[in-house]
Design a protein around this ligand. Structure first.
Ligand code: GDP
Ligand code: IMO
Ligand code: MG
Length: 427
């Protein structure tokens, strides 16, 4: 067993990118295995900020190989633009340092058009997706008949054949939903995507076989989670979720590497809760404290720029996420964002129609009825951003973090007090 995994235990944006960056040097290969350019992972070190979406955070380290595995959905244009930005800042990334699975599915312009039509059709109850064609691409993957994989993209005959079959059907389907829709043309998509294919071909390979050989050869793998447990298609707050298994459940299916290879599963949690998009959020703060957290934590989406919804830490939801993923420990992030508060609340249970429960419900209709039962703890009212040792944290800050861990049910191994790599407490 030689692999580590980093999983968000809430609704995404738990600061997984920071922890992946921190752990990368102890590993040989960093693997993204789900989602696509809906993710936004910010990494800050040496005064430089990097915003990664589709590329694994390992790309920032010359010593490791980055792998985009089978379970990822790839927008080729977004990939090439992001890679171009990294190359501009950090130099060339040779194909032996960046591998893309030939089994990964490809996002096409019709996926975005379909998604826009589906979201519009839901009126005021939209899922609130990132509009990147993620769900519609996964839909085609599950449906099989309209899917195009990376291995098809880099084979011109196969690409043309698939587009000739699929595009007319997509045009009919989207036109039925949207009167203003301009049909897509096979030739235009083929020409555009052939150019991407020419640039991507050197990176495309059988990453599953590569990873199996790497494991057999004793290489150390780091799995970079995207999204978070509560956005998991099977286990999250359905339908306000993403379209893949974004809890720890997705590592095996998304990478082809057995979870039995994972020696350490680290659950990442924010010291409070955020959410982007629609869906119930029991501990949401629609008041000046919520706005204070948004301002201090700079809680605006990396991908869409949307203000993130903010609320108190929810130990019911997070504990559920931790158990789903089977974590060994947690990292409590953005603790400094709470520095200025007089008192802080932690949701330790829900009141569901007068009954106390610590179960996360199956249905959002029930989640919407949950009233948080809070434990109120005193704040620490001092700046933690310069603290580097647990013993130097204000007593109330340490107590807060320990209470979070106790309620979630797993020990704290990492505490983060600022966005920079250095602002981390590891002892
Ligand atoms: P991810 O999607 O899980 O990787 O998280 P994001 O990068 O979308 O959001 C986390 C944000 O918090 C980023 O802007 C990070 O730079 C920032 N961040 C990470 N850790 C800390 C921390 O301990 N304190 C503060 N204030 N910001 C942090
Ligand atoms: P990282 O990796 C937070 C949310 C969207 C929307 C729902 C479905 O940065 O933590 P999608 O476009 O995936 O179909 O949208 O999921 N979402 C995220 N929220 N962080 C993310 O990624 C997210 N990726 C998707 O806002 O509510
Ligand atoms: Mg993010």
């Amino acid at each position: 067993m030689s692999a580590t995994s980093v999983i968000g235990l809430q609704w995404g944006d738990e600061a997984k990118g920071k922890i992946v960056d921190l752990l990368t040097e102890q590993h040989d290969i960093v693997v993204r295995y789900l989602g696509g350019n809906n993710a936004g992972h910010t990494v800050i070190f040496g005064g430089e900020t990097y915003k990664l979406s589709l590329l694994p955070a390992g790309i920032l380290h010359d010593s490791v190989v980055s792998v985009i595995a089978t379970g990822v959905v790839i927008n080729p244009k977004a990939f090439l633009e992001e890679l171009g930005r990294i190359v501009e800042r950090r130099g060339n990334v040779p194909p032996e340092r960046m591998l893309i699975s030939d089994r990964a599915h490809v996002i096409f312009p019709y996926h975005m058009a379909e998604e826009a039509a589906f979201e519009k059709a839901r009126g005021g109850d939209a899922i609130g997706t990132t509009m990147r064609g993620i769900g519609t691409c996964y839909r085609d993957k599950a449906g099989r008949t309209h899917a195009i994989r990376m291995g098809d993209l880099v084979n011109p005959e196969r690409l043309r054949r698939r587009l000739e079959e699929i595009v007319p059907q997509k045009n009919r389907a989207i036109a039925a939903l949207d009167d203003d829709f301009t049909p897509f043309e096979v030739d235009a998509i083929f020409d555009e995507y052939s150019k991407y294919a020419d640039q991507l071909r050197p990176y495309v390979t059988d990453t599953t076989s590569y990873l199996h050989k790497a494991v057999a050869g004793g290489k150390k793998l780091l799995f970079e989670g995207a999204q978070g447990c509560l956005l998991d298609i099977d286990h999250g707050s359905f339908p306000y979720v993403t379209s893949s298994n974004s809890s720890g459940c997705g590592i095996h299916s998304g990478s082809g590497v057995s979870e039995r290879e994972i020696s350490k599963m680290i659950g990442i949690v924010k010291a409070y809760t955020t959410r982007v998009g629609g869906g119930p959020f029991p501990t949401e703060l629609d008041d000046e404290i919520g706005q204070h957290i948004r301002d201090v934590g700079n809680e605006y989406g990396t991908v869409t720029g949307r203000p993130r919804r903010c609320g108190w830490f929810d130990a019911v939801a997070t504990g559920y996420g931790a158990r789903l993923s089977g974590v060994d420990c947690i990292a409590v992030m953005l603790v400094d964002v709470l520095d200025g508060l007089d008192e802080i609340k932690i949701c330790e249970a829900y009141d569901f129609n007068g009954v106390r429960t610590t179960d996360f419900p199956s249905h959002v209709e029930d989640l919407a009825q949950m009233k948080p039962i809070y434990r109120t703890v005193p704040g620490w009212k001092s700046d933690t951003t310069g603290v580097r040792k647990r013993a130097d944290l204000p007593a109330n800050a340490l107590k807060y973090v320990e209470t979070v861990a106790e309620l979630v049910g797993y020990p704290v191994e990492i505490i983060s007090v600022g966005p920079d790599r250095e602002q981390t407490i590891l002892d």
